[in-house]
Design a protein around this ligand. Structure first.
Ligand code: PMP
Length: 409
């Protein structure tokens, strides 16, 4: 038989393209780099302070989540050093097996007390808390209801769950009620950010709670940006509204006010016990290292003992909110130390960030899909340790560049 005439069986199978094809066609970042507009993965050569060193040059940092300025605090650093001396640098295993130290347990007790909940569970990152908790709680026939602007880790936690994901318009209580009504007969978890990480606005927690109760849902608040910042004693969004006893679960991260890396979930004994034995990102991932655990513990002490830091943070926040608004910038609904300056299109935002960098100001940029199209913004955020002089320099730089870009008159 003339083999040349018979189609090769292997040829009959449609040849797939290279899985790496998308990588070879990914030009967006390189284009920004070639235009000198790339604002990501910038290398910092100093601590995360109000002033940083980048490319050998001092700059004012207004792109950090180090709200209370504790990442370089002597007591926090000392606690980390002491923990390394005693326990070494890592735990070489998960909390579930060999990776639980006495300081993990002590931190859980401290966090539970601090958050005024029965129990808490520490994880290695905040991202892992949301992945693990949401996927553990939301089963096949359940619904998870989220705000459209919730953090990516919440969305990914929902995707990992076997339940149905329903979103409602940002902070729109009518829309939340519509979604809850449509799912009246199902078991529901509502997950909201306490402070939204790009917009800097606060969730209307009393309304969310009222609706959650009316439709028999359970409520989880991701308070990554609320803890240390909001509330009379820095306990976050629930304390701000006087609803600590009412929110079912509060999630926190150590990567903002708590000056380290890791995260936790706090709630009732039974629910935390269940999560402890079901959250895969806890069970199958190594526990937070001793230095992180000790830093968080020291940071909580400082939050409790030095309320003046939070007061200074709010003083700085008010100065910047007023400053930007009186210059004519649009700052959306922000009412926290996260202050977005809304620029419009993505390219303008990249340009503005680089112009600010030239002026010696480090900012972050948020473009689509992190924000709605046409709502690209410069995300600024403040620390208790910024001085008036830092903030005046920042406002002058924004004024100069805002005028040049036609954002303000
Ligand atoms: N939730 C929110 C609202 C966040 O902003 C972040 C961090 N950017 C996370 C969760 C994840 O926390 P971590 O950095 O500890 O992974």
């Amino acid at each position: 038989m003339d083999s040349g005439m018979v189609p090769d069986a292997r040829m009959a199978v449609k040849r797939s393209a290279d899985i790496f094809g998308k990588c070879f066609k990914f030009h967006k970042a390189k284009m920004l780099m070639s235009q000198g507009l790339y604002p990501y993965f910038r290398t910092i050569e100093s601590a995360q302070d109000p002033e940083i060193v980048m490319n050998g040059r001092r700059m004012i940092m207004i792109g950090s989540n180090n709200y209370l300025g504790l990442t370089n605090h002597p007591k926090v650093k000392e606690a980390a050093i002491e923990a390394i001396k005693k326990y070494g640098t890592g735990c070489a295993g998960s909390r579930f097996l060999n990776g639980t130290l006495d300081i993990h347990v002590a931190l859980e007790e401290k966090l539970a007390r601090f958050m005024r909940k029965d129990a808490a569970l520490v994880f290695s990152t905040g991202f892992q808390v949301n992945l693990g908790v949401i996927s553990a709680l939301v089963g096949k026939d359940d619904v998870v209801v989220i705000d459209k602007m919730d953090h990516a880790s919440i969305i990914d936690g929902c995707r990992l769950s076997f339940g149905e994901i329903r979103k409602y318009r940002h902070n729109d209580m009518g829309d939340l009620e519509r979604v809850l009504k449509e799912n009246e007969d199902r078991d529901k978890l509502i997950v909201v950010d306490g402070v939204f990480s790009m917009e800097g606005d606060i969730v209307p927690l009393p309304d969310v709670l009222r609706l959650s109760r009316r439709y028999s849902g359970r409520l989880m608040v991701d308070d990554a940006h609320g803890i240390g910042v909001l509330g009379k004693t820095g306990r976050g969004t629930a304390e701000h509204f006087g609803l600590e006893a009412d929110v079912d679960l509060i999630m926190g991260t150590y990567s903002k006010s708590l000056a380290s890396i890791g995260g936790f979930i706090a709630g009732s004994e039974d629910v935390i016990h269940y999560i402890k034995h079901s959250a895969r990102s806890l069970i199958f991932s190594a526990s937070p290292p001793p230095a992180s655990v000790a830093s968080v513990s020291a940071a909580i002490d400082i939050i409790e003992n030095e309320p003046e830091r939070r007061e200074q943070l709010w003083k700085n926040t008010r100065k910047m909110l007023n400053g930007f608004r009186s210059l004519g910038f649009k700052t959306g609904a922000s009412e926290t130390p996260i202050i977005p300056v809304i620029v419009g299109d993505d390219e303008k935002a990249f340009t503005m960030a680089m112009m600010l960098q030239k002026e010696g100001v480090f900012v972050n940029v948020a473009v689509t899909p992190a924000v709605p199209t046409g709502m690209a913004l410069i995300r600024t955020s403040y620390m208790a340790t910024h001085t008036d002089e830092h903030l005046d320099i920042v406002l002058s730089a924004f004024e100069k560049i805002g005028k040049r870009l036609g954002l303000i008159a």
